[in-house]
Design a protein around this ligand. Structure first.
Ligand code: LLP
Length: 413
């Protein structure tokens, strides 16, 4: 993404041209950014063997999965159908890890029986899998009593979350492993998402390694995802180089003590795809109240729920006039709820100083590649937008067509 002649561009195409060609709203992804993020990540961790399992819940478009797979990423999955998709795009079972939460027996078996490792997040899951498949190779998700995240809904470690097996329950884990003669080959943790504070990761890593130390026969330790990105200009991005170096050093030392070089795994979702995706929409309505100047456009929280769900900040750019006279504005969508506002913070709706919008302008909502389309819905019978990929050579490819009324109604009988 770049600016030229005061317009926002994706490769050789202006936002306005893309909207003209594909209509609005529209998700645009840049292949170059996907590959850049994957390479940067791998380059920052010197420890080998090392594997990145892309958390496909962030964005499961098969074209994106294929690109990340080409860059060497496997997948972190949360449902049997995510596993199915991973296999369908060409990943090998051993490149996929299944970390389902409150999974049914059927779901666990569907994953396990295809050769995908099941990462049990509860003693119940471990016990059920053990009864059904004695001797299975399994992994366990530990709750390391440390959590972090950009919003309380996004913290997955500590006593207030439903995830993982508390780290002090290792004796119970080992008893189940013994009872069902399981091969416990992996220890996993994932403490939350959108984390910019490396100290939290390192704290969780220590506790997780403390557990791993007491488990013989391991093949890997997986430190989960959660790497944050700076959504706000003033946010300090994670120093990935420093972080990767510290984790690598720490793990190397651990393996020396453990007596075997284990595989180091991580499962980033957001870091890989967030900045590659932009949601484009067209402004059609300007409205003033005594409190705010509302800029209304033709998408809504049905296509990007993060501001409404978590008060998340996304940069807003007037793609038709990037620089221009500025005005405090509230960008809102076309959904029938007052929370349908893109300019929000943890306090709720907020004014944002942006280049003044006119009806017909294209608005770009940035950093929408992660948890945008994958969390979209058809509320108000509004079809989902198409997704277009701008290739490294500047070529365009529709990687998901616009949904239709017929698509939405297809399941109703
Ligand atoms: N591994 C596990 C077990 C996870 O639960 C998640 C995310 C990840 C990896 C990837 O985390 P990431 O690297 O993307 O932070 N909808 C929220 C995020 C929910 C994340 C759920 N789990 C948002 O829009 O911020």
């Amino acid at each position: 993404m770049r600016t030229a002649a005061n317009q926002l561009y994706f490769g050789p195409h202006s936002a306005a041209q893309l909207c003209e060609r594909y209509g609005t709203p529209l998700y645009v992804y840049e292949e170059e950014i996907l590959r850049r993020q994957a390479r940067e990540l791998v380059g920052c961790f010197s420890y080998r063997p090392f594997r990145v399992h892309y958390a496909m819940k962030a964005n499961f478009n098969p074209a994106i999965l294929r690109i990340l797979h080409e860059e060497g990423c496997g997948a972190d999955t949360v449902s049997d159908l995510e596993v199915r998709l991973g296999l369908e795009v060409g990943m090998k079972p051993e490149e996929i890890i299944f970390t389902g939460d409150n999974s049914t027996d059927e779901e666990m078996l569907a994953c396990h029986d295809q050769g995908v490792i099941v990462n049990a997040g509860s003693l119940s899951q471990l016990d059920r899998l053990g009864r059904l498949r004695p001797g299975a190779r399994v992994s366990v998700r530990i709750n390391p009593d440390v959590g972090a995240g950009h919003h309380s809904h996004c913290i997955t470690g500590g006593p207030h979350t439903k995830f993982g097996i508390y780290h002090d329950l290792l004796p119970e884990i080992l008893a189940l492993v013994q009872r069902h003669r399981l091969a416990l080959v992996g220890i996993h943790c994932h403490i939350g998402t959108g984390i910019l504070d490396a100290a939290k990761f390192l704290e969780a890593m220590d506790i997780t390694l403390g557990v791993a130390r007491k488990v013989p026969g391991l093949e890997f330790v997986d430190f989960g995802g959660g790497l944050g990105i700076a959504y706000r200009e003033e946010q300090q991005p994670l120093d990935l180089r420093e972080f990767g170096a510290r984790v690598s050093r720490h793990f190397e030392k651990f393996c020396g003590e453990y007596g075997k070089p284990l595989e180091l795994k991580i499962e980033p979702g957001r870091f890989l795809v967030c900045q590659a995706g932009t949601l484009l929409a067209r402004v059609n309505t300007l409205k003033d109240t005594p409190a705010h100047h509302f800029v209304g456009c033709d998408t809504g929280f049905n296509h990007l729920i993060r501001p409404m769900a978590y008060g998340s900040y996304h940069r807003i750019v007037n793609a038709s006039r990037v620089e221009g006279p500025q005005r405090q504005s509230v960008l809102c969508g076309n959904i029938c709820e007052s929370g349908d506002v893109f300019t929000q913070s943890s306090e709720g709706i907020e004014d944002r100083l942006v280049s003044e919008f006119r009806a017909g302008d294209v608005v770009a909502i940035l950093d929408a590649g992660a948890y945008g389309m994958s969390m979209s819905m058809q509320y108000n019978i509004r079809p989902r937008p198409p997704e277009v990929l701008v290739g490294q050579d500047g070529g365009l490819r529709v990687i998901r067509r616009r949904e239709t009324y017929e698509d939405i109604m297809a399941g109703y009988v």
